[in-house]
Design a protein around this ligand. Structure first.
Ligand code: GLU
Length: 487
């Protein structure tokens, strides 16, 4: 057996394909990946698909896609437990042969009734060990009667098990709180406990980083390692993730499936940065860390015991930062599918990339997610804007002065020889002075007329991108709206 210091660093992410990967699962994957990369180790992907009843069609592909999307590349696998059944069966047999396990013939009905009775008496449900001491003769008879047994572990009746968790420290469980848990089900499939430790052993896993909810399973695993005379990996249980109200993370705190974030246009780098800080920190201050920095600094010493709080606003902020850091070409490339999908049908496809690029140079500053881009940019693409006429006279200018201002602006702009932001600004500032209007008021009405909204990218640049013809048309339409409003 190798000593701890010689053992090479091998980690695994071992999801069960029971649905869409939850943020918590992906955080686990990320921490395993970071630890492996930090120590030049190996990151293994293992699909724990032995719970046939809970298996969801397509879930494996979704898990793999999510990992690929986030750039969490694996070095080995995916291994599938369902393809390794003989290894678990052999190990279960070995445990029987060495008197660490036994066949249990109790019917599901009997177990159900027992559980009900225990619950009535407010006792924790626990197998009563009826088959633990069956004679060989009794076993043979039951088998002959056609009962297919499950295999249970012979948990020591007394004493306790202690192990060292790299995050929680020394953890002790009394054996009398543990059950004779099932190792192999009657359908021949292993339970999580058996398959998990057999694989961790044969895959030579050095560190098991997993969610805190598995902490209570670990004494069972340690007992199994001891019974098999195998060296256990080191364990590190990761703190829970809670919502800001300290309740278990659920839909009302924001999407809980990683795929939703992909769909909403979060960037993988932002997601990785954000997830890394759910339970780990560099120094309690630094929020923005690149992938390389995370790998360089990741350590279990800085993983906390207390629950991590999921904060959607922080994620949005962080994603905005990462979006602004993209070069324009990259931003366009990433935003294009979102525009294609969500701009109104009336907008002609394919979208003109040159035009999109000019538009997005003004939007990039403002978007927190890519899914927001179409809605921030749609007025650049629409032929006609639909907006409430009252927006035009919402500022200090009433409808009458609004009409006057827009008419004057139209006249000046019509004469403009060039149509760039600087020229437009010059023309419109001069006009404000001429009309004795505060510039902000004039620009406010024009902004609504040009964009159909009160908050939009800088006015002159917006007008420059839209072009003369469209801008004049929009001013004309605003006039009509105001006039209709007056009558
Ligand atoms: N299949 C388990 C899960 O879905 C793995 C737990 C472990 O890492 O041991 O979380």
């Amino acid at each position: 057996m190798q000593s701890e210091s010689q053992r090479s660093v091998r980690l695994r992410f071992a999801p069960s394909p029971t649905g869409y990967p939850h943020l918590g699962n992906i955080r686990t994957a990320l921490f395993n990946w970071l630890f492996a990369r930090r120590h030049d180790g190996i990151f293994i992907l293992r699909i724990e698909d032995t719970d046939v009843a809970r298996k969801v069609e397509g879930a494996v592909d979704i898990i793999l896609d999510s990992l690929r999307w986030l750039g969490l590349d694996w070095d080995e696998g995916p291994y599938f437990q369902s393809q390794r059944l003989s290894i678990y069966r052999e190990t279960a047999q070995r445990l029987i042969d060495e008197d660490h396990a036994y066949s249990c013939y109790c019917s599901p009905e009997r177990l159900g009734a027992m559980r009900q009775e225990q619950m009535k008496r407010k006792q924790p449900p626990k197998y009563d060990r009826r088959c633990r001491d069956l004679t060989q003769q009794q076993g043979t008879e039951l088998k002959a009667a056609g009962v297919t047994p499950v295999i249970r572990f012979k948990t020591p009746l007394e004493g306790e098990t202690t192990f060292h968790d790299l995050i929680y420290g020394r953890v002790t469980f009394r054996h009398d709180t543990l059950d004779d848990f099932v190792l192999l089900k009657s359908d021949g499939y292993p339970t999580y406990h058996l398959a998990n430790i057999v694989d961790d052993h044969f895959m030579d896993i050095s560190h098991v980083l997993r969610a805190e909810e598995w902490l209570s399973s670990t004494p069972r695993h340690v007992l199994l390692y001891q019974a098999l005379d195998w060296q256990a990996p080191q364990f590190a249980h990761l703190p829970m993730i809670l919502g800001p109200d300290r309740a278990k993370l659920s839909k009302r705190h924001g999407a809980t499936n990683i795929n939703e974030y992909q769909k909403e246009g979060y960037l993988p780098d932002a997601m990785v940065n954000f997830l890394a800080l759910l339970g780990w920190s560099l120094d309690d201050r630094t929020e923005l860390l690149s992938r390389e920095e995370l790998i360089k600094h990741f350590s279990l010493e800085r993983v906390g015991k207390t629950a991590a709080i999921f904060n959607k606003e922080k994620l949005e902020w962080m994603n905005g930062v990462y979006l602004r850091r993209l070069g324009l070409t990259e931003f366009v490339h990433r935003a294009m599918p979102f525009l294609d999908k969500s701009l109104p049908e009336s907008v002609r496809r394919p979208l003109d990339e040159g035009y999109v690029s000019q538009v997005l140079s003004l939007i990039q500053e403002r978007a927190k997610t890519l899914a927001e881009v179409p809605q921030l940019a749609d007025f650049f693409f629409l032929d006609e804007l639909l907006y409430d006429a009252r927006l035009l006279s919402k500022g200090k200018l009433d409808a009458k002065s609004g009409i006057k201002a827009i008419m004057a602006a139209s006249q000046k702009l019509e004469q403009a020889a060039t149509w760039d932001a600087i020229t437009l600004e010059g023309i419109l500032r001069a006009l404000a002075t001429e009309l004795k209007l505060p510039a902000g008021e004039l620009f406010g009405v024009l902004r609504v007329a040009i964009t159909g909204r009160t908050a939009a990218p800088p006015l002159f640049q917006t007008m420059a991108v839209l072009g003369k013809e469209k801008c004049l048309k929009r001013l004309e339409m605003a006039l009509q709206l105001l006039e209709a409003d007056l009558n």
